[in-house]
Design a protein around this ligand. Structure first.
Ligand code: KMT
Ligand code: NI
Length: 173
């Protein structure tokens, strides 16, 4: 089961919990367009995938055995957005997805095996492992994955309209 809370900048490493003990409710996640479900059975994942048209998937594994793990983690932890949803089903281990709320505060999503997390296109986010340093996840996507990470620093980049699209979507909730 995932746990959601406001991230506290306490000077510890990115893989530490950074737990402010301010819990975030499911309704708050819904408001920013983040979908979460605990799906213990792969059949539930398949059902959701077919409902939403996620016809493709692949697997990613990260651990201390991963070549250049530090470099990879540094990239995942840079605040960015994508031009499509980021759909992750955790199959082993655990990790943290940090997403920005409407006040630009970080909400930390602690996910582990059985958790499905879908981040909407255009939301600013980042990822890191926990101190356990291991995760396995299925990445689902519609057709061609749009996994280019557009960094926060190019917020006004005219080649991506995803941010605008996202803000329009959530303001109508
Ligand atoms: C991403 O896009 O941030 C990732 O794929 C991270 C690993 S998935 C658990
Ligand atoms: Ni991403």
């Amino acid at each position: 089961m995932a746990r959601f809370y406001y991230y506290e900048e306490d000077g510890t490493s990115m893989t530490a919990p950074h737990d402010s003990h301010r819990a975030v409710e499911a309704a708050q996640l819904e408001k920013i367009g983040v979908f979460y479900a605990n799906l213990p059975q792969m059949a539930q994942v398949d059902a959701l995938a077919s409902q939403r048209g996620y016809s493709s998937r692949d697997c990613i594994k990260l651990s201390e055995e991963t070549p250049d793990l530090e470099t990879k983690l540094a990239i995942f932890f840079e605040e960015h957005l994508h031009d499509d949803e980021e759909i992750r089903y955790i199959t082993s281990g655990e990790g943290y997805f940090d997403v920005r709320d409407l006040n630009d505060e970080w909400i930390r999503c602690h996910v582990s095996a059985g958790d499905m997390l879908i981040l909407p296109l255009g939301i600013f986010h980042r990822f890191t492992l926990t101190d356990a340093l291991t995760i396995g996840a299925t990445r689902l996507f519609k057709d061609e994955p749009k996994w280019v990470a557009i960094p926060r620093t190019t917020d006004s980049n005219p080649t991506s309209t995803s941010r605008e699209e996202y803000l329009n979507t959530i303001s109508s909730f």
